[in-house]
Design a protein around this ligand. Structure first.
Ligand code: MSP
Length: 503
């Protein structure tokens, strides 16, 4: 069985999750669910990034130890993902032991390869600020702008990762793996960074304590990005003493990283270089998303435009929110979140299209077919639309374009509603003509349930059961089960409450 390891970035635990985090995680979840439908063995990983100066500063400000602080925030992420019906197979925290040992091994391997070296960080230093400054950050006469004090020339020992040595190796690797970064213009951006020249980066700090010590020199703790990137391999067993865990790593690695456009340099330049240095294969692929903006800006505490996804669920339901996120934005581009857009999508696509279709079908089957769903016709006029939906959804998910996959799926919903309006089974006497139309509509809905389930899983399971079908949809397989003609007929169809009351 083919394996699919999919990861999200691990989120900083400086505050509770916001809409931007939910956006990336929901896209990952839908992709993971689609790949499970394809019959692949999927491992979907997410987690939290808990070390570094930033977290230390937040903990200090809250008057807590960093460990206490992260222990309070990390569960907020796990809980939010549960509420959003995220099907992650694992959740890694960088403060876990399994992560620490993996980071130590990765560092050691790069060090043994000669790619991490002690060097002297030289610069002008303001003791009052405890900060290095470059010449253009200083006032004339080498005065610090804040304290107006003369800076001192300072030298500090740091370990550096020799990224500069990897330019050609990275270019060769990307050359041999074309299209591994999607969308393509993001791949070009990464190649531009590499071609523009690579500077060594410091991988250790002595001033900071909240981090993982270097295995060969414990006065230093690892740079937070070196630590964080390693989560993708430590979570699947890298660095473990247990042979079963190490075998797990061999089974799953390499995988696909879902990232935001803000972290391309770290993921597409630093990370493959670190892996090459350690003798580990770089990732299979990177899927780079844009930002979900609010009022044209990236959400941040300072702009005061932070939207809490859990508030939106209260208003519109988990699936209403998931659907909006997936259908409204073209993955790779920035999208703009608006409350009106959220409600608009909900009313048009969920209430009017999907909800209305189910309610019409269940009502007519109840009144005209004794509540028993008839079987579809092999030569149904809807079969073609169903085939197109399957093909379009398959193409859309494969191209990392959930909005296209859903538009193709909704094409079948629209075609089925139009088909009912054309045939008006509600006006026809019970008999073979009504049965034929309703069997076709039920079959279309059955296929919609499978194709839409990565986006709106609970809704699809509910509809599935109202059609009289049993078992979890997650056990259905694409394409086989989503091809025309599998609704058996004779099942009890239930009407139930409206799935999406209009807002
Ligand atoms: N901790 C690092 C990532 C380490 S991965 C080895 C980090 N964390 S973060 O919490 O600041 O953001 C992580 C990711 O969340 C971003 O790269 C992006 O993918 C996603 N988003 C954060 N805000 C976002 C939006 N407003 N819109 C879409 N995605 C956004 O960076």
């Amino acid at each position: 069985m083919s394996r699919y390891l999919l990861t999200t970035p691990i989120y900083y635990v400086t505050a509770k999750p916001h809409l931007g985090h939910a956006y990336t995680t929901i896209i990952g979840d839908a992709l993971a669910r689609w790949h499970r439908l394809l019959g692949e063995d999927v491992h979907f990983l997410t987690g939290t990034d808990e070390h570094g100066q930033k977290v230390q500063d937040y903990a200090d400000a809250a008057g807590k130890s960093p460990q206490e602080f992260v222990d309070e925030i990390a569960p907020l992420y796990a809980e939010a993902w549960k509420k959003l019906n995220i099907s992650n197979d694992d959740f890694i925290r960088t403060t876990e032991q399994r992560h620490k040992i993996g980071v130590a091994e990765l560092l050691q391997r790069c060090y043994d390869a000669g790619d991490i070296e002690l060097d002297v960080y030289k610069g002008k230093y303001c003791v009052a600020c405890e900060e290095y400054y470059t010449d253009d950050e200083l006032d004339p006469g080498d005065l610090c702008k804040i304290h107006k004090l003369k800076v001192e020339y300072y030298e500090e020992e740091n370990y550096f990762f020799r990224l500069s040595r990897f330019q050609q190796r990275l270019l060769d690797w990307y050359d041999a793996h074309p299209g591994s970064i999607q969308p393509e213009f993001r791949g070009n951006e990464a190649l531009g960074l590499i071609r523009g020249g690579l500077r060594d980066f410091s991988v250790s700090r002595t001033s900071l304590k909240w981090g993982i010590p270097l295995p060969w020199d414990s006065k230093h703790v690892a740079y937070v990005w070196f630590d964080a990137l390693a989560n993708y391999i430590t979570a699947i067993g890298f660095g473990s003493d247990d042979p079963a865990q190490r075998a797990r790593f061999d089974d799953w690695w390499p995988g696909t990283h879902l990232i935001g456009k803000d972290i391309i340099r770290h993921h597409c330049v630093y990370w493959p270089a670190m892996l090459l240095s350690a003798g580990i294969e770089p990732p299979t692929s990177w899927a780079v998303g844009g930002w979900l903006l609010v009022g044209g800006e990236k959400m941040s505490k300072t702009s005061g435009n932070v939207v809490n996804p859990l508030d939106l669920i209260d208003d519109i339901g988990v699936d209403g929110f998931r659907y909006y996120v997936l259908a409204e934005t073209a993955f790779g581009q920035d999208g703009d979140f608006t409350y009106e857009g959220l409600i608009g999508r909900y009313n048009s696509d969920l209430a009017n299209n999907l909800g209305n279709l189910l309610s019409r079908v269940a009502t007519v089957v109840g009144k005209k077919c004794d509540g028993l769903g008839p079987a579809p016709r092999a030569d149904s006029p809807l079969a073609e639309a169903a085939g197109a939906a399957l093909a379009g959804a398959t193409e859309g998910w494969a191209a990392l374009q959930p909005s296209k996959a859903l538009d193709a799926t909704w094409g079948l919903i629209r075609a089925t509603n139009a088909y009912l309006e054309q045939n008006e089974p509600w006006k026809t006497e019970p008999g073979p003509a009504v049965d034929a139309v309703m069997g076709d509509a039920l079959e279309a809905l059955r296929i919609v349930c499978i194709l839409a389930s990565p986006a709106v899983p609970d809704t699809c399971q509910t509809i599935w059961e109202r059609l009289g079908l049993t078992g979890p949809i997650t056990e259905q397989r694409v394409p086989t089960d989503a091809t025309w003609g599998r609704y058996p007929g004779g099942l009890t169809v239930t009407k139930g409450d409206p799935l999406f009351p209009r807002r």
